[in-house]
Design a protein around this ligand. Structure first.
Ligand code: ZN
Length: 72
């Protein structure tokens, strides 16, 4: 997975809920949080959150706002 400055995936894709990480349920349903402050939609597992983050960075590289919803 390639890195993009200012866009690290917080807690390596652990599940976040507002307003903070749910540490006990890191692999289960929740939102991904990027270092830039962008949240993903509710995603069912860590692997899909990591995929969301990849899509998020790809969107930033293309000049988008990093808000990606497709495939959820
Ligand atoms: Zn970001």
């Amino acid at each position: 997975m390639t890195r993009l400055a200012g866009h690290g995936l917080r807690h390596e894709g652990a599940a976040f809920s507002m307003p903070k990480v749910r540490a006990r349920d890191a692999a289960g349903p929740g939102m991904a949080l990027c270092e830039c402050g962008t949240y993903s939609p509710l995603i069912k597992n860590r692997a899909q959150r990591q995929q969301w983050h990849k899509d998020h960075k790809d969107d930033i590289r293309r000049g988008g706002n990093g808000i990606v919803w497709e495939g959820m």
